[in-house]
Design a protein around this ligand. Structure first.
Ligand code: ADP
Ligand code: ZN
Length: 531
């Protein structure tokens, strides 16, 4: 008798892994893919993505080809599968010719079940020829956000994975990632031709992390005070540069903390030694740049502190997500200033990225700053960035549980509703021009800096209507509109802004837009050209 895909999947889960039940959406995903469907899975780290392709890989006849960017992660997976008695292997350049030949033969004759490949390996003519001779049952693209040039971890080889659907259109595909915003998602869907695929969106809410944001006055003093509250715990302190990481580690050490460092300037040996020590420690502060993270899974990280503004909401979410893996309470503490934005902005503008990419990076930076400046529930804002609905009032963020000592320029009554409406209206009217941050600011302020779009903007009803609020006021309002998802990057023209569906709904239903007018504190230097 034919069993249902669900029953088949459950039997494999029990027999091979010894687990009793699937978690969250795993069952729907594996049943769908096991039956030959295409899928796009967005699930936070630790959510259990591996099973989502490994179980269908076993349900289906033929070889399951897994694409993943990091050798270390692939080795872990291969070992874990082998430990469960499953024929799995990794093909990479460190193998001897004879070992590689053995694996290739097993792939051809069907005795191998899982073949892990880095994208650059898959794309070689030799591998493509090999795969043509194999019976392939499933392609799994792990860390699929690497496909998108709009994401934080773009790998050019990933883009060429469109080869999979060109060469093997009939083989089901599953793409998995823990982080992709709307433009990146659109990129992934296009590259892997997943338009018809089912989207599985897991919950991104990390309910055990308390989110806290403070304005920066004296970062070192503030950090010392903060770390003192966590003196007997493990935590990570992220800073923007190697020099700053070193300086903070010295400072903390001088104050008696057990401290380690991690950044790309250290030798491989030192990095892995420091990482091992941190993983084993019960009481240590790791001072690091964002080089520290991928693949780190320490359960008892009790705080993640940022002494500088990160570059994007995805990055911030990923970095803070390293806290509280054990499910116990952890804290995310972010100390920021307008000067941080100024410095990052300068770095973005000085980079050799294309102007559209620079605009996209500035948008992401501003959205994160908008998150900092907003009085809306932090959990709601963070998961909202991944299109997840959240009721707010989480009880686990500084905006929902204000501390008496907080000196945040906080405003629980959203006093920026009118301004937000005006900005959205301007964005709507600019929809047929290229609505950029600059174009919006100029429209609201009645400035003519770019003759191309100003020809149209001049005639707009809103042109110059916002002069009284001033440039800094508008910047704060726009940033919050970005951060809260009322204005988004247009997925088809990524450097342009569009009024989001969420904003359209809010306007139609006459909701009060929860925007806070920026406090005078938020003044910033503004003498850099716009890209
Ligand atoms: P991700 O790749 O999404 O970060 P993993 O696939 O590594 O997550 O899974 C995280 C952990 O959860 C692993 O130790 C895995 O064995 C465990 N896990 C996943 N699904 C289940 C399940 N249904 N039952 C029990 N444990 C599970
Ligand atoms: Zn909250």
């Amino acid at each position: 008798m034919e069993s249902s895909p669900e029953a088949h999947a459950l039997a494999i889960l029990k027999n091979v892994w010894g687990y009793d039940a699937f978690r969250g959406q795993q069952l729907q995903i594996v049943a769908h893919v096991g039956a030959g469907g295409n899928a796009f899975v967005l699930m936070p780290t630790g959510g259990g993505k591996s099973l989502c392709y490994q179980v269908p890989g076993l349900m289906r006849e033929g070889l399951c080809v897994v694409i993943s960017p990091l050798i270390a992660l692939m080795l872990d997976q291969v070992e874990a599968l082998q430990a469960r008695g499953i024929a799995a292997a990794l093909l990479n350049s460190t193998l001897s010719d004879s070992d590689a030949a053995t694996i290739e033969q097993q792939a051809r004759d069907g005795t191998l079940k899982f073949l892990y490949l880095a994208p650059e390996r898959l794309l070689t003519l030799k591998t493509i020829a090999l795969l043509r001779e194999c019976h392939i049952g499933l392609f799994a693209v792990d860390e699929a956000h690497c496909i998108s040039q709009w994401g934080h971890d773009f790998r050019p080889e990933y883009r060429r994975l469109m080869l999979i659907r060109e060469q093997w259109p009939e083989v089901p595909r599953i793409a998995l990632t823990a982080s992709a915003d709307a433009p990146s998602r659109a990129d992934i869907v296009r590259t892997l031709d997943l338009e018809q695929a089912r989207l599985f969106l897991g919950s991104f809410d990390r309910t055990n992390i308390f989110y806290k944001v403070v304005p920066k006055h004296d970062a070192e003093r503030q950090l010392l005070d903060y770390v003192a509250e966590h003196a007997h715990e493990c935590g990570v302190v992220y800073a923007v540069s190697r020099a700053k990481v070193e300086a903070l580690a010295t400072l903390l050490r001088r104050h008696g903390y057990n401290t380690s460092i991690y950044h790309a300037g250290l030798s491989d040996a030192d990095r892995s030694k420091n990482q091992r020590e941190f993983l084993a420690s019960k009481r240590m502060v790791m001072c690091a740049t964002i080089a520290f993270g991928m693949g780190i899974d320490k359960p008892d990280v009790r705080f993640v502190a940022h002494v500088d503004l990160p570059r994007s909401m995805e990055g911030y979410y990923q970095e803070t997500g390293r806290g509280g893996r054990d499910g116990e309470r952890a804290e995310a503490w972010l100390c920021y200033s307008p000067g941080d934005r100024y410095r990052l902005r300068k770095m973005i503008l000085a980079s050799d990225s294309s102007p559209p990419r620079q605009r996209m990076e500035l948008f992401k930076l501003d959205a994160l700053l908008g998150y900092c400046e907003s009085a809306v529930c932090r959990h709601q804002t963070l998961v909202g960035w991944f299109d997840e609905a959240h009721p707010g009032s989480c009880g686990m963020c500084d905006n929902c549980v204000p501390e008496r000592t907080s000196n945040l320029p906080m405003n629980t009554v959203p006093n920026g509703h009118r301004a937000a409406q005006m900005a959205l209206s301007a964005a709507w009217r600019l929809r047929n021009a290229e609505c950029t941050h600059q174009a919006l600011l100029d429209t609201l302020m009645g400035r003519v800096t770019d003759p191309v779009w100003c020809r149209d903007a001049d005639s707009l009803a809103v042109f110059g209507k916002g002069q009284r609020m001033g440039l800094r006021g508008w910047q704060g309002v726009l940033r919050q509109l970005y951060g809260l998802g009322y204005l988004q990057l247009d997925p088809h023209q990524v450097s342009a802004l569009r009024v989001s569906d969420k904003a359209m709904r809010a306007l139609q239903q006459r909701e009060i837009l929860p925007i806070t007018l920026p406090a005078p504190w938020a003044a910033e230097p503004e003498n850099l050209p716009m890209p």
